[in-house]
Design a protein around this ligand. Structure first.
Ligand code: GLN
Length: 490
């Protein structure tokens, strides 16, 4: 058996039966990393000792439960290898945000999402590559070099959670958590053929997630299938008093919705998601997926979301404004990189000048400009107003439909280097993942097939706090199509 290929729920069943141990599973994953990591470069930090300690703990819990016949009451993710995007704090484990400015930062505490996964007994195997501070689409903005897409090593795995995406496609981990500010779990999932969920804003605690744009950031699961996505989501969702934007409202058990039954569910297909700028072959793959949903009993209707085209300027004003404030704390004094300098002013200038990469600097400058006196009303305030309109447009759509379906991105994974030479065009590829974040809605990416030998994802968007319907549709679709089971020939 090739253990590193297992999903978390398959591994869970074998662990409970005593057919494998967490130590064996973890060792298999670590061996796989040794075999392919040279080519994939998914990880910034590997933690084999931590992982084997966690695995041994899990094995003790499993063994005891088996003796007393209570193994079915154990947490689902006990003993399961987990990769954590390097913008999410892990106590005692270096957390760099793929930035030179945090190259030596070791957090004293775990993010709530990590603490909850650890409480279940998940096994941390390492920290994964990302665009610097999660700003980007390809992991090319990482200060430590890009990750590679296992489907074609000359291409990007997407981003910013590209390290997770590459690791999952190469079977270098079983599950992962990333962050999505404007698409960063969904787009890489689409580029690498696996599942990812951006939860409703406020559903998962941001405590310990290094802030990029606080009103948009959400932590989300990245997994090999929909069932695993539900298990990770259930582990991390729920109120946290440490995050003032975390919502105190019960979490519906989405695992009850993993049933292949979608008769009568109304699926809206926005014409704007298939229009200008969307590669025709990507649109074809996704339209086929929509027809499949219809064959399975969903009621498909065309809808219109004309404000979609404003999502790029709105997002890039709000996200950069918030980033410019959030990144003010990196001054070299409290933590991270510090430059040599004679005066305090020179010290700040050099620390930030040498510590941040070009994309981060671009965004701090843009955000500072948008917030400055005289421009605030014209840019930031206006963007916030359009944000409200975008939210209303979704509310109106959800009066008629239960789910919105479309592509995740207008393109397939691009060659390494392209975004660096065409940053403005790269911003435009965010067209289909920004408006859901702007409106705070849950959205999922599910494997939907291939074009040019590269994966394409189907995006499903739901009402706020209705992750359950997304899981239902995604699961039903996955069970009939099974695109996610395909693996690259690495
Ligand atoms: N591509 C978007 C950006 O560059 C989204 C990134 C994200 O979701 N973290 O900001």
């Amino acid at each position: 058996m090739t253990l590193h290929r297992l999903t978390a729920h398959e591994a869970r069943d074998l662990l409970r039966k005593g057919e494998i141990t967490s130590t064996e599973l973890t060792e298999a994953v670590l061996r796989r990393i040794e075999e392919v990591e040279d080519k994939v470069k998914a990880f910034l930090t590997l933690t084999p000792e931590v992982a084997l300690t966690h695995a041994a703990e899990a094995d003790r819990r499993l063994e005891e439960a088996r003796k007393s016949g209570t193994q079915d009451t154990l947490p689902d993710l006990l003993g399961i290898p987990l990769a954590v995007k390097d913008v999410i704090s892990t106590a005692g484990i270096r957390t760099t945000c793929a930035s030179r400015i945090l190259h030596n930062y070791i957090p004293p505490y775990d993010a709530t999402a990590v603490a909850r996964l650890r409480a279940q007994g998940a096994v941390i195997i390492g920290k994964t590559n990302t665009d610097e501070f999660a700003m980007g689409w390809s992991t090319e903005n990482s200060a430590f070099g890009p990750s590679h897409n296992p489907w074609d090593l000359s291409r990007v795995p997407g981003g910013s959670s590209g390290g997770n995406a590459a690791a999952l496609a190469a079977d270098e981990t079983i599950i992962a958590i990333g962050s999505d500010t404007g698409g960063s779990v969904r787009q890489p999932a689409s580029f690498c053929n696996h599942v990812a969920l951006r939860p409703t804003y406020g559903r998962v605690s941001r405590y310990g997630l290094v802030a990029f744009a606080s009103s948009l950031d959400q932590i989300g699961p990245m997994t090999k299938d929909v069932t695993d996505c539900a298990l990770v989501y259930m582990a991390i969702a729920g109120h946290d008093p440490n995050d003032s934007t975390s919502v105190n409202r019960p979490v519906e058990d989405v695992t009850h919705h993993l049933v292949p039954e979608i008769k009568g569910i109304r699926v809206g297909v926005p014409q704007e998601y298939f229009g200008e700028g969307i590669e025709p072959d990507v649109a074809d793959v996704v339209l086929k997926a929509v027809r499949q949903l219809e064959e399975m009993g969903a009621i498909v209707e065309e809808i219109s979301l004309p404000l979609t085209r404003h999502s790029i300027p709105v997002y890039y004003l709000i996200a950069t404004a918030e980033a410019s404030a959030n990144l003010a704390r990196y001054d070299g004094i409290r933590y991270g990189y510090s430059a040599e300098a004679e005066t305090l002013w020179e010290y700040f200038m050099r620390t930030r000048g040498e510590g941040f990469g070009p994309e981060v600097k671009r965004r701090i400058i843009l955000g500072t400009y948008a917030l400055s006196a005289g421009y605030y009303d014209a840019y930031y305030l206006r963007a916030q107003k359009v944000r409200t309109l975008i939210r209303r447009e979704f509310d109106q759509a959800f009066e008629k439909v239960d789910v919105i379906a479309g592509p995740v991105t207008p393109v397939v994974a691009w060659p390494i280097g392209w975004a660096m030479e065409n940053p403005v065009q790269a911003y435009l590829t965010d067209l289909l993942t920004l408006s859901q974040a702007i409106a705070g809605l849950p959205a999922m990416s599910v494997p939907a097939g291939f074009t040019q030998g590269l994966p394409v994802g189907l995006q499903l968007v739901g009402r706020a706090f209705d992750e359950a319907t997304l899981f239902r549709v995604a699961y039903a679709y996955e069970q009939t199509t099974r695109w996610g089971e395909q693996r690259p020939a690495l």
